[in-house]
Design a protein around this ligand. Sequence first.
Ligand SMILES: Nc1ncnc2c1ncn2[C@@H]1O[C@H](COP(=O)(O)OP(=O)(O)OP(=O)(O)O)[C@@H](O)[C@H]1O
Ligand SMILES: [Mg+2]
Length: 392
Amino acid sequence: MAAVVTPGQALASSAQGSAAARRLRVLHLEGNEADRALAASHLLRAGLWPEVLRVDSEAAYVEALKSGDWDVVLSDFDLPGLTGLRAQQILKDSGKDVPFILVSGEIGEDTAVAALRNGASDYLLKSNLARLAPAIEHAIAARRDRLARQHADGELAVSRRRLSELAQHLQNSVERERAAIAREIHDDVGGSLTAIQFDLAWIGRHVESPAVQQRVATALEMLTHALEASQRIMHNLRPAILEQGLVAALQWMASRHEKREGLTCRFRTNRETMQLPPGVPLVAYRFAQEALTNVSKHARATRVTIDLSLSRGVLSLEVSDNGHGLDRADLDKANSFGLRGLHERASTVGGWVDVSSSASGTVLMLSVPVPGAGLAPGELDDDSDPSAWGPP
Ligand SMILES: Nc1ncnc2c1ncn2[C@@H]1O[C@H](COP(=O)(O)OP(=O)(O)OP(=O)(O)O)[C@@H](O)[C@H]1O
Ligand SMILES: [Mg+2]
């Protein structure tokens, strides 16, 4: 049986005409009409404007949930053929986020706890209906807060995703731009310098004057510097060494770092070659590059170790130094983007970065799950460009 009772029918209360009264759509699962009226009168007295639909069977309850838009469900605990807990489960299964309050003649502690655990907003005894209006208002406010939080969380997730997409896009653009500049240096600058080198060598061979020969020799020396510089710049822009594989590239990076910076730089790996998915080698290479740059810039270390391993489907690259370490404030520096960029880069290939530090040094670790990698050569796309970013 279902009965709609509006405040006009329920009570000619002073609250009826009050502008302050707030409309409240109540679905009341209750076998006794007098109990429904009592609850409604308490709500009216509290300044609410209840529109109550009373139902007393599972079928009517399910139908009312389906067709109505409710602010709150009040439920007696023991109705013939339907318990409060079952009513609560039906509400849950309906997917509607409506506060559920148990209102019962008597209710055991165990039952009340079970109801609250199952998501009931509150429970109260029919002998204490003065608490009904505050309980409803509290439950509705909690629901409003929950929805607002869900909405804010949703917005935050969208904004994080967009930011991450933007960062990926920027990194892809930077790498593309770097590759294009490297190509231009190679084709235009490198080509012209090599041509000048030939010409100067030719002049040097054909000129008699020792003074001119001396000038040519000096010019050739300068030219050799310029060619080396352009090769170095080209390499930094686009590490061609990666075409020989990540292991070779990191080995080369370690020995170059050792020579340049005058500190001990060790490279260790558990494999001589690695078959890695497209994009991963460049992310790993840039990670090691930034980590070593940081060691030179900040750590005051005398030793740095690069450990590369591939096992159980995870690529790990660890760069550890024996410098003075870093702290939280270092990681939060407003104008420092190296480590932040590494997190973003790692995420482009499904990986992540961990930083740990103590007074005896800093460890930076990149982990990238690479299912299937490291199997027999040829099982992955061998034609893929190892210096490319991951899938677009
Ligand atoms: N190996 C390290 N040893 C000690 N401190 C470090 C180390 N690596 C980073 N730091 C600290 O962490 C900070 C942040 O590093 P991060 O690479 O993000 O930025 P940065 O190197 O200052 O600037 P950039 O944006 O050019 O990389 C550094 O400024 C430094 O204080
Ligand atoms: Mg840095």
